[in-house]
Design a protein around this ligand. Structure first.
Ligand SMILES: [Zn+2]
Length: 70
């Protein structure tokens, strides 16, 4: 049993370790039930946004009290 390792995810594309915000942002932008996640630079590239816009989105979702970002 290796349940304790479940907490950290890696970016599907570049294998960078992901923060909870990055996991949540992937769910929000891609699919709520996604089980593969992207880091901010890879998300930005996929959605043709800047990394700053990704961070701004995270802030906005948190301000809207989106349950994924609490
Ligand atoms: Zn990545």
């Amino acid at each position: 049993m290796t349940d304790s390792k479940n907490t950290s995810s890696l970016c599907k594309r570049c294998h960078a370790p992901l923060t909870r915000d990055e996991v949540s942002l992937t769910k929000k932008l891609v699919d709520r039930r996604a089980h593969e996640f992207l880091c901010i630079p890879c998300l930005a590239r996929s959605f043709e946004m800047t990394e700053e816009e990704c961070h701004a989105l995270i802030l906005r979702f948190r301000e809207e009290r989106c349950p994924l970002f609490l």
